[in-house]
Design a protein around this ligand. Sequence first.
Ligand code: T3P
Length: 121
Amino acid sequence: LGTFAADYETFLRQHYDNPKSNVGNRYCNTMMVRRGMTRPKCKEVNTFIHDTKNEINAVCGNKGEPFGNGLRRSLKQFQVTTCTMKGTSTRPPCDYRGNSSPRYIVIACENGLPVHFDEGQ
Ligand code: T3P
């Protein structure tokens, strides 16, 4: 795997969940474990995007616009769930609250593929 492809795979693991997984009322706690973001320490904030890879990838192209320092902002709002640690300790077990809403997404792209999630707005 080239480095861009590896970064894209990591982006998908961390930020792509479509359709939104049916894991009951503990979506964030379950998904953060399942996607490998709770070890060795709890990732503090992480956003899952509930849309197709095509729609997300297109933000790197004609469905996004330049934003800030080399980033891309989506032209449409995406349905996302942002998981935020409830406390301040990053020591597992990790406990999250989830916030689901439509947001513009801001990402970094390499070779036309998303490699980093910056923020939702
Ligand atoms: P990554 O670079 O692995 O995509 O900003 C630091 C990390 O926090 C970065 O991880 C993105 C993630 N993050 C979200 O996923 N959603 C958010 O709303 C914010 C602010 C950060």
